[in-house]
Design a protein. Structure first.
Length: 278
């Protein structure tokens, strides 16, 4: 029989060093959860001043040590600089949250508001498609390979990749007409599906080195979207609401970043109020 381990001890991140990319919104929430559990956290933004401002706010909110680091997640040289900076400062990296991502939409067709079956297939600019793939998927690949050598050396590490329910299902396009918002773009769906399976692939290859790679797939979080959109969207959610910033993501980060998930590899933890369950 194994010795009893208190579950609170499993979640404790005291002494751990974490890197969270894209420290606004969900990235901020992830960093906040890690800092609250005792980790020293580095948050990245594309510009150094933004990173420092986010770090200062997070340090004030949590009382933890937080540093800001500049990082362009699509650029391998930028990853090297960011990881070198962190290693130079703390000599290790225990946790990486590949959170930064987004999409580029240079052209929004005018028909979008009136056509319930509209999707971007024919109008999508190839350069926008490529940017989204880089920002969401290549960035995760670069992040994993930038930290892997240090985690391998320590025979320990936790990597969390931010995917999306858009990587699991297509969008119900009926929520968009009259909502004031455009449907998501196909490259976003493809890139997030890529993150989910890349997580499995890297997860199994790094597991023998004591490195745990898992993904989180959030559903839609509430960000003052137009009322009509929120109404349409929440009808699709068994819980009847959108995700809440500062609350609903944090438990999943705590679980996958800590010893609480020490038998979990390549998993995609869905945080969507049940939307993809029916
Ligand atoms: N908000 C949601 O409802 C939702 C749902 C599912 C998945 N997600 C995913 O969660 C993650 C965070 O979402 P969010 O809502 O906080 O998004 P957000 O747009 O508020 O934040 C994304 C962050 O990533 C940064 N970023 C984007 N491209 C970058 C690049 N090339 N280099 C460096 N930084 C870059 C942005 O500057 C920003 O700080 C994203 O990966 C997103 O796709 C969000």
């Amino acid at each position: 029989m194994n010795e009893r381990v208190n579950v609170k001890t499993l979640f404790d991140l005291t002494g751990k060093v974490a890197l969270v990319t894209g420290g606004s919104n969900l990235g901020y929430d992830a960093a906040e959860a890690l800092a609250e559990l005792g980790a020293t956290v580095a948050v990245t933004r594309r510009r150094k001043e933004e990173a420092d401002a986010t770090a200062a706010l997070l340090a004030k909110d949590t009382g933890s040590e937080v540093v800001g680091i500049e990082l362009e997640v699509t650029d391998e040289a930028s990853w090297k600089r960011a990881v070198d900076e962190l290693i130079g400062r703390y000599s290790k990296i225990d946790i990486l949250v590949n959170n930064a991502g987004g999409r580029q939409v240079s052209v929004v067709p005018e028909t979008i508001e009136d056509d319930p079956s509209f999707e971007f297939l024919e109008t999508r600019l190839l350069e926008d498609w490529k940017y989204t793939m880089d920002a969401n998927l290549t960035s995760v690949f670069l992040g994993c390979r930038s930290v892997a050598p240090y985690m391998k050396k320590a025979h320990s590490g936790k990597i969390i990749n931010m995917a999306s329910i858009d990587g699991i299902v297509g969008r119900d396009l009926r929520i968009y007409p009259g909502s004031g918002l455009s449907p998501t773009v196909p490259d976003y769906l493809a890139s997030k599906a890529g993150v989910i399976n890349l997580t499995k692939g890297i997860g199994v290859s790094l597991a023998p080195f004591g490195i745990y790679v898992n993904a989180i797939s959030p559903g839609g979080f509430y960000r003052q979207q137009p009322e009509r959109f929120v109404e349409n969207y929440t009808k699709l959610v068994p819980l009847g609401r959108m995700g809440r910033d500062r609350i609903d993501l944090k438990g999943s980060i705590a679980y996958l970043a800590s010893g609480a998930s020490d038998y979990t590899v390549g998993h995609n933890l869905v945080i969507d109020g049940g939307l993809t369950s029916w």
